[in-house]
Design a protein around this ligand. Sequence first.
Ligand SMILES: *[C@@H]1O[C@H](CO)[C@@H](O)[C@H](O)[C@H]1NC(C)=O
Ligand SMILES: *[C@@H]1O[C@H](CO)[C@@H](O)[C@H](O)[C@H]1NC(C)=O
Ligand SMILES: *[C@@H]1O[C@H](CO)[C@@H](O)[C@H](O)[C@H]1NC(C)=O
Ligand SMILES: *[C@@H]1O[C@H](CO)[C@@H](O)[C@H](O)[C@H]1NC(C)=O
Ligand SMILES: *[C@@H]1O[C@H](CO)[C@@H](O)[C@H](O)[C@H]1NC(C)=O
Length: 371
Amino acid sequence: MANHDFCTKTMWALSVPLGVLLILFIALTAYATYSFHIFVPIAPNNEIDCAIMFNKSSEDYLTYIENRTLLETTHNDRNCFQIRRRRYLPADLPKSMSGFHNMFFIRVVSKDYDFVEEVLAMMHSPIHFFCFVLDINSEPLFKERMFRLGDCMVNVLVPRELFNTSTAHGTLNAHRRCLREIDEFDWKHAVITAEHDIPLHSTKFLSRRSRRLRDMVEMNGIHFKEETLANANPNDTSSQLFQVSRNWLQHLCSVATISHSQHKVLYDYLLKTPDFDLPNDQHREISVVEQKCDTMKYDVDGSCLYAMEDFSAIRNTTRLFIRADPHYDFGFVQCVHEVVFERTFFDPISNKNANNYLYGSRVNLIDDYRN
Ligand SMILES: *[C@@H]1O[C@H](CO)[C@@H](O)[C@H](O)[C@H]1NC(C)=O
Ligand SMILES: *[C@@H]1O[C@H](CO)[C@@H](O)[C@H](O)[C@H]1NC(C)=O
Ligand SMILES: *[C@@H]1O[C@H](CO)[C@@H](O)[C@H](O)[C@H]1NC(C)=O
Ligand SMILES: *[C@@H]1O[C@H](CO)[C@@H](O)[C@H](O)[C@H]1NC(C)=O
Ligand SMILES: *[C@@H]1O[C@H](CO)[C@@H](O)[C@H](O)[C@H]1NC(C)=O
């Protein structure tokens, strides 16, 4: 009897740690399942073998150059599910991949819905915000699809108001509409880009880089401190701020990083400088074109349009964004998407793995991933 009692007591004593272990085990399994679910991104859909495109003497590359992939328009979607099925736009990501510094990406758009979606998929991360403000000349179908995209994604904003972005002030007012849209939200830096800019780095890389700017504003790679902005005189056309911001506007606002604390001061200043017409399809900038442009193709503002010829060289550029034309070489955009995808999901901080891929060691993680 004493023995039996002893047994029961031991069983009871044991059942407590066992129960704790069991609960821990269940919790861990649940966490692992959940993590597995959110840690596995879906690689971009791309029919080109991008790793071969680094070898400019390979047959695949030469064949591609003869017959480039162009942007194909998808059918209008009926619901959000169709967008989610086509694109990987996760609603949750480990912090190690998305970063802690909330960013706000803003651009004016007017056409090519599928290109907008592709670039959004390259940059998307659930903790950051994206605002697309539409030009007044946008086609009805483009507007409809953009508004749906905004309605489907919580962190994608598409204001219903349209702007005439053919002038500097029209474009600035369009950006300001976005900046006001979530003003009360604690975003830290806004990145303004042009319609055809594509990123070369992960959003996390951009967010870490922006964090170092603190309260400064960066336009065309030049930094402006708080004091400079506070004391800026819009009538002084000889100031560096005037010259740089004018140049930035002429290049369709590509690229600026603006701290939350300075966006009001900056835009108040910019809207007091004289208004002027921006380059567009009817009115192209041909006098100041970008130097050393392999493709000899230029955007309306004279910026070089990069294409597959440049794919092997992008590993050496320190630029954050480059311009590309989806109607000239969309395959290049898709290949850059692969590079950015690797940088985002396989090595968001050091980019080491992606650099292996870029440096031609043919360690192409995406291929392993797809199999
Ligand atoms: C590039 O392609 C050519 C032709 O197919 C091949 O001879 C060469 O070895 C390739 N170079 C590299 C680095 O793979
Ligand atoms: C160009 O490529 C497309 C798709 O890869 C193919 O269907 C088409 O036949 C090619 N055209 C030429 C002229 O090679
Ligand atoms: C946009 O503004 C420009 C310049 O002020 C003007 O010429 C053009 O007609 C306007 N476009 C529309 C659609 O209002
Ligand atoms: C700039 O010039 C305008 C008109 O000439 C004048 O009204 C304004 O006060 C000037 N602003 C500054 C800051 O000097
Ligand atoms: C890029 O940089 C690497 C290493 O510095 C160099 O070997 C290579 O030739 C460069 N490529 C281009 C296209 O400039």
